[in-house]
Design a protein around this ligand. Structure first.
Ligand code: COI
Length: 368
């Protein structure tokens, strides 16, 4: 198995307390937002976090009004693509508390991605405390209501103004937030991709790198022109085994077994929703396995009607049921997802947890 944690210039994380400078806006845009017509990721709340790394340390951390920033045209993120990001959500409970789901996992994954792309790691205090301070300041931006949340987008970019190809010595870590509705509004149609690849063994598929999303756009656009919402990626070597779908991990229920592609080859993004669903399924006593899943096995299960459920799992989408799978020119329809036992149970459980309605057995929830 390949080692994802390649260290080259991973910056040492100084063990210190950061002085958060806070500048609040004098012109809130809150009243301009139609919270009944939210889409995913279209509008941004009043404040953002900005931390700057240079000379081997995180020098400044600010929460400031959301604003455009100036960059040198030579900034290396524009040329060599050292850019990674995360995604998590804040939800409001019935009593008005604000909860976030497993931010520690986002921090861990961001720093794994940072190591793989030779970027400075972000200290916990800047990432977790920074997110909490930011959400606290913009707490009125966390929407109420089914499927609505404040999407939190932490991201890290390289900004040395130098055109030599090497890891940058300067970074900016930022967090912006966006009151948002679910990524997909209903069930999705997906196509198994047999030509293009999202990631290969030895590549950066397990990192949440902007480049992975850039690589996905053209093949996804082709699939969208053919009437699908997204692709199911297959392995880059033989295009025989499924990996993930669009921006989500995949779960299938074949017979009575839940099956999700294993992360062993380091080509799949290790989703936090995926890990949470695997943990819940095990805890509830479901038969669940993480293993290679061949496209042929899916065709067989579709033909003999043993593919009982199939859904994408991700932060933005939570659970996106699949209603149709296109494989090698044949479209296979799945049964009505409203009747699926596991997908609906786990979706309601996760929604309940995130809104404080369900006991938090695993200590996944943090209060802002
Ligand atoms: C997620 O669901 O985790 C995402 O990162 C989705 C985003 C790329 C829109």
């Amino acid at each position: 198995m390949l080692n994802f944690a390649v260290h080259l210039i991973a910056a040492k994380m100084p063990d210190k307390n950061y002085d958060f400078k806070i500048e609040k806006t004098t012109h809130s845009r809150l009243k301009e937002i139609d919270f009944d017509a939210l889409q995913f990721g279209r509008v941004f709340s009043d404040h953002m976090l900005l931390a700057e790394f240079e000379e081997g340390e995180w020098k400044s951390v600010k929460i400031q009004p959301y604003q455009e920033l100036a960059f040198s045209p030579a900034s290396c993120v524009f040329h060599y693509g050292q850019a990674i990001f995360e995604g998590l959500k804040a939800h409001k409970t019935a009593s008005g508390e604000i909860l976030i789901f497993r931010p520690d996992q986002n921090l861990e994954r961001m720093n794994k991605s940072a190591r793989r792309l030779c970027m400075a790691e972000v200290p916990e205090e800047i990432f977790i405390d920074g997110i909490k301070k930011l959400i606290d300041i913009d707490r009125n931006w966390v929407p109420d209501g089914d499927g609505k949340s404040l999407y939190i987008r932490p991201f890290l970019i390289a900004d040395d103004d130098f055109l030599g190809v090497k890891p940058s010595a300067k970074y900016k870590f930022m967090v912006i937030t966006s009151p948002t509705a679910n990524y997909y509004s209903g069930a999705v149609k997906v196509k198994v991709e047999r030509t293009y690849s999202r990631a290969c063994e030895g590549g950066i598929g397990a990192a949440k790198a902007a480049a992975n999303y850039a690589a996905s756009l053209y093949p996804a656009q082709q699939a969208q022109k053919a009437g699908y919402h997204q692709l199911i990626w297959t392995d880059a070597k033989e295009h025989k085994f499924i990996e993930e779908s669009g921006t989500m991990n995949l779960m299938l229920r074949i017979g009575d077994q839940l099956v999700t592609p294993s992360l062993d080859a380091q080509t799949i993004l290790p989703g936090i929703t995926r890990a949470s669903i695997v943990a819940l399924a095990k805890n509830w006593g479901y038969d669940i396995v993480e293993r290679k899943v061949a496209v042929d096995e899916i065709v067989e299960a579709l033909n003999n009607k043993t593919l009982k459920e199939a859904f994408g799992m991700g932060t933005a989408a939570t659970i996106a049921p699949i209603e149709l799978i296109g494989i090698d020119g044949v479209d296979y329809e799945l049964s009505d997802f409203h009747n699926w036992d596991f997908a609906n149970k786990v979706k309601n459980h996760l929604e309940g947890l995130k809104r404080g309605k369900v006991a938090d057995e695993f200590n996944w929830i943090q209060k802002v």
